[in-house]
Every structure is written in structure tokens, then in C-alpha cells.
Design a protein around this ligand. Sequence first.
Ligand code: ADP
Ligand code: MG
Length: 272
Amino acid sequence: MDSYVIEKKIGSGSYGNCFLAHLKENPDKRYVIKKVPLSNMSTKERKAAQQEVTLLQSLQHPNIVSYRDSFMDNGEKDLCIVMSHCAGGDLGGKLKNHKGPIPEDQLIKWFVQIALALDYIHSKKILHRDLKAGNIFLTKSGQIKLGDFGIARVLNRTMDMAQTSIGTPLYMSPECCNNKPYSYKSDVWSLGCVMYELVTGQLPFNAQDLRGLFMKIVRGIYTPIRTTGDRAYSANIKNLVDRMLVTTAAKRPSVRSTLLTPFLSKHVLEYR
Ligand code: ADP
Ligand code: MG
């Protein structure tokens, strides 16, 4: 921790606090330090958690947030994960501040970059597990950077389901609502939720309480994306989102196959 200067706290999320920081010797390059309390874990579990983050550090892709460093702090009680700072903020904030619908070509560019990032981590046998608009970042120049991948698993071991899902039950897949294991297809479901949100400005499933929410998710019925009239998008977009929000995991496409959708091909070539 000694090599970093903490500038300010930028948020507290489901797993801990985030701080904006820079290296002592270089104030110009900013980092985000995520501090996760592991005080309820045994020494062995802490070691395992840190090892897993070390694995995440080895991942490199133009559309994922790079993890720079990780170490234990506060008398070995907190796991600190250092990642690059994305100055453009997250898509949740973008959506909130956007006046009117997001243009379709912008949406397609974002989707392709998110899907390429997700396909990359899936190809390394890593699940995201916490995909939501608030974990998808933008650089100053508007490039997508997928963040917070794999971290949920590091922590899931010692927390029970209810606790770990507090952060993001809105993007939870039907199989996870039914206590089935999280899979690659569960990430695809969450990606479907993110896309639906970017298209309509609303989440596909919402309710007053967890029980009501899970019931809606499992039924899988949501207000259709409009292809005519006000706030209309092409049938291509609607069909893509509908495919990702299929309730049966086995019938849902992999991220790789969403990228093979013909109308996306020229954009995929641009980013690959
Ligand atoms: P959450 O549980 O909501 O994902 P986080 O702890 O991951 O919360 O993030 C807290 C805040 O810090 C959020 O506003 C998020 O946008 C911001 N943030 C996290 N990581 C980064 C990053 N790499 N670059 C820029 N902002 C980030
Ligand atoms: Mg986050």
C-alpha cells in the first residue's frame, strides 16, 4: 500500500470500498483500489482468494479493466485489488445522464466490445458473475472496459447466497433464482439484461421484493422492445436481446454465438 497515494473514496459496493489512487512516483496515472474485507476467512481461504486475483491479473484484453496488482493490507485482513481507472465512468451512470434513447449504432458498438471481453474471459474459463451496467466502464475516449470479473467467486466461498446476491439480484438468471449453479449462460442472461436496459432505459425484471423479482425472472416475461413508433429499435436488436433472455439456459446462446449474428459481423471485425 505504501507505493500508492489514496486520493478519495469513490464508492462502496457489494464487496467493499473503492478508492481513487495514484502511484507515489507518478501522480498522472490513476488507479482504482478495491478493498475487500476478508476478516471472516481463514488464512488458507485468504491465500486462495489472493491466488485467484493473481490469476485475474494475467488476463489481458483491450476491453477488460486490467488488474495491476493485489496485496493484503490492514494486518492481512483486507484484500486490495489495484486496477486501472476508467475516466469515462460506468454504463449505469451513462444511461442515467443520457437524454433520450441511445442511438442504435452506439449500442451495437458497446455490445460488440462487451461481448468480445466476455468471450475472452469465458475462453479462459472464468465467469464474470456480476455483470451489470455499473461494472461496465468507459475510457476517456469511449472504449468499453469490462470490470469486476471473477471477483464474485473469490468471495462467494465464505458468503452465503443471500448475502452475495444483494448487489445484483436484478440481473440474476432464472437458473440462479432456482439455486442451480452459475454458468457461462448465466453471464449471457445478465448481458441480455444490460442490453435491454440500454435499449429501453429500464430493467427487464423488477419488483418490490426479492420473491416477486425471482417469480418474474423465472417466468421470463418482460415488456417487448419496440420496433415501431416511439423509442423503436431494429428487429435485429430486439431479436438479439430476446435470445439472451431465454429462460432455459441450454437454449440460450453462448457469447461466442451472439457475436456470430450476421448484422454484427462488420463491427466484430472492427474491434477484434
Ligand atoms: P459495485 O458493487 O456497485 O459494482 P464497486 O465497488 O465495484 O461497486 O464500485 C464503486 C464505484 O467505483 C462505482 O461507482 C464504480 O463505477 C466505480 N469504479 C469501480 N471500478 C472502477 C474503475 N476501474 N474505473 C472507474 N470507476 C470505477
Ligand atoms: Mg463494481
